[in-house]
Write a protein that binds this ligand. Structure first.
Ligand code: ADP
Ligand code: MG
Length: 326
């Protein structure tokens, strides 16, 4: 239902010396999401996850790239079509208060996108509020409350109800549980699973929390310095990560099964913002597996097994570049 091809977002920055410099926040992102599928987008802070999400929703204008919803390209959509496509994708933020108005009862805030986006008349929208509150596990009386009268978990439920109001097919969830207490996180995760199974929604789950992605995502894309460095089925990527960056992220995450062992992969130093980045491996300076070959060729994302691709020259040399085999 969503196709993203060659998405770039660059910000002009002042660098050392003269001339123009650009921070390549998202640098050639390709991604497809099926109806009803959850794709996790993981990576350290600053890897470009939120920028990618905002560009997909056109909350921010991409520098270049193609975004298509159900086969219709956003850039070519006419006014009415564009409104329909906008309805189909909604965002849920880390902090529910980012999308809620402090001065408006929450019922009106849930009704608003329904009639504003032309999904239904205003009286009909106001009736639908109660069904949406029920869907997110809140009693109808919450409709009269203001956001500050609710707990953090209730606020996030309201934000989810508001995102669901215009009947989207894709939710972009940007760190949806990161601002909540652990016990409340689990409730929101259950709610998201439940809503997906009932309504067949697709999710793009942006998170630095690999255990959350492990629970929710069918596939996972790992981002580093604006690029996907590995993508595949979550189970396979978690069991046999191909990229040293994925290995490092996973080895920093506690395992559920106590007996399971995973070798520790540690990266040197901190991530650098991708300003005028090279086309060779961006992890090179931090990578424990770095070899001379890594600087000899551009690092492209390449398929090495069905549904799995990696951007690591060394791994691809060892496992057969471009060869689709098991
Ligand atoms: P993440 O969500 O993975 O933490 P972001 O998408 O927020 O990453 O940021 C990616 C990179 O883009 C970071 O280096 C960040 O500083 C930079 N960036 C994000 N927004 C802007 C902006 N409006 N202007 C300049 N740089 C930005
Ligand atoms: Mg972010």
């Amino acid at each position: 239902m969503l196709r993203v091809e060659g998405l770039h977002k660059r910000y002009p920055v002042r660098g050392a010396g003269s001339g123009r410099h650009a921070l390549h926040a998202v640098d050639g992102l390709d991604l497809e999401i099926e109806a009803g599928e959850t794709v996790g987008l993981v990576g350290e802070s600053g890897s470009g996850k939120s920028t990618a999400g905002r560009c997909i929703l056109r909350l921010e204008e991409p520098t270049s790239g193609l975004i298509a919803v159900d086969g219709v390209r956003l850039a070519e959509a006419r006014e009415a079509e564009l409104r329909l496509l906008r309805r189909r994708m909604q965002m849920v933020y880390q902090d529910p208060l980012d999308s809620l108005n402090p001065r408006m009862p929450v019922g009106r805030q849930i009704a608003e996108p329904i009639w504003l986006l032309g999904v239904a008349s205003r009286p009909e929208a106001e009736r639908r509020v109660y069904g949406l509150l029920e869907l997110v596990g809140l009693p109808g009386e919450v409709a009269r409350r203001y956001p500050h009268e609710l707990s953090g978990g209730q606020q996030q439920r309201v934000a989810i109800a508001r995102a669901l109001a215009p009947e989207p097919r894709l939710l972009i969830l940007d760190e949806p549980t990161a601002s909540l207490d652990v016990s409340v996180q689990a409730q929101i995760v259950r709610l998201l699973v439940d809503i997906q199974s009932r309504h067949g929604l697709a999710y793009l789950l942006i998170s630095h929390d690999l255990s959350l992605v492990g629970v929710l995502a069918h596939r996972v894309a790992v981002m580093y310095c604006g690029q996907i460095v590995e993508i595949g089925n979550t189970d396979e990527v978690f069991a046999r990560p191909a990229h040293p960056y994925t290995q490092a992220l996973l080895s920093a995450t506690p395992r559920d099964a106590p007996g399971e062992q995973r070798s520790r992969v540690l990266l040197r130093g901190e991530p650098q913002a991708p300003i005028d980045p090279p086309d060779t491996c961006r992890l090179y300076a931090r990578c424990p597996c770095a070899a001379p070959a890594c600087l000899e060729r551009p690092a492209h994302l390449q398929t090495f097994a069905p549904g799995r691709a990696v951007r690591c020259v060394r791994f691809l040399d060892e496992h057969g570049r471009g060869v689709v085999s098991r």
